[in-house]
Ligand binder design. Structure first.
Ligand SMILES: *[C@@H]1O[C@H](CO)[C@@H](O)[C@H](O)[C@H]1NC(C)=O
Ligand SMILES: *[C@@H]1O[C@H](CO)[C@@H](O)[C@H](O)[C@H]1NC(C)=O
Length: 148
């Protein structure tokens, strides 16, 4: 549990310290170019989705991205954070859509590692589409022509 607490503290301190100067792209309006139809969550942290590959032909490819590159557990709350490795301290994750976006909900350990809190993040604020691959920060997922 100590590593989780330390990690959460580091994230909290980093947030307080500010990350303004080199903030990477975190929101590319994922849902504008990717579809929640066919989206899947595997092993609690791999997200699969159809994303727009070619605007001219309106074709989609299927992409898998490891959300551990994209999200962190900040004291029981899911946040967009590069290489945040949230799945080390969050589990029972599931995805659900509203009519406009895709949410990830997990239960995540609080900073003291005493209890688990439910947390939801709008994946549209964390991911973007890069030519048919889902991406976050400097990471992009892989791509295939056929969905699962
Ligand atoms: C998305 O969510 C709506 C309810 O908000 C539901 O009616 C619809 O079936 C869902 N679509 C998919 C593909 O899961
Ligand atoms: C993409 O990554 C997923 C998850 O690791 C894997 O199951 C899938 O086979 C990969 N697809 C391709 C085309 O590399």
């Amino acid at each position: 549990m100590n590593t989780i607490v330390t990690f959460a503290l580091m994230v909290a301190l980093a947030l307080v310290g500010g990350v303004s100067s080199a903030t990477p792209r975190t929101s590319g309006e994922f849902m504008g170019f990717c579809a929640f139809q066919g989206a899947k969550l595997a092993d609690g942290h791999w997200l699969g989705a159809y994303c727009l590959y070619d605007v001219l032909t309106w074709s989609y490819s299927y992409t898998w991205i490891d959300l551990d590159h994209c999200l962190a557990n900040n004291g029981g709350e899911l946040i967009s954070w590069e290489d945040g490795a949230f799945s080390g301290s969050c589990n029972d994750c599931s995805i659900a859509n509203t009519s406009t976006t895709l949410h990830l909900t997990c239960t995540c350990w609080d900073p003291e590692g005493q209890k688990k809190l439910a947390s939801t993040i709008d994946l549209n604020t964390a991911l973007y589409d890069s030519g048919g691959c889902a991406g976050c920060f400097s990471h992009t997922g892989n791509m295939s022509w056929e969905g699962p």
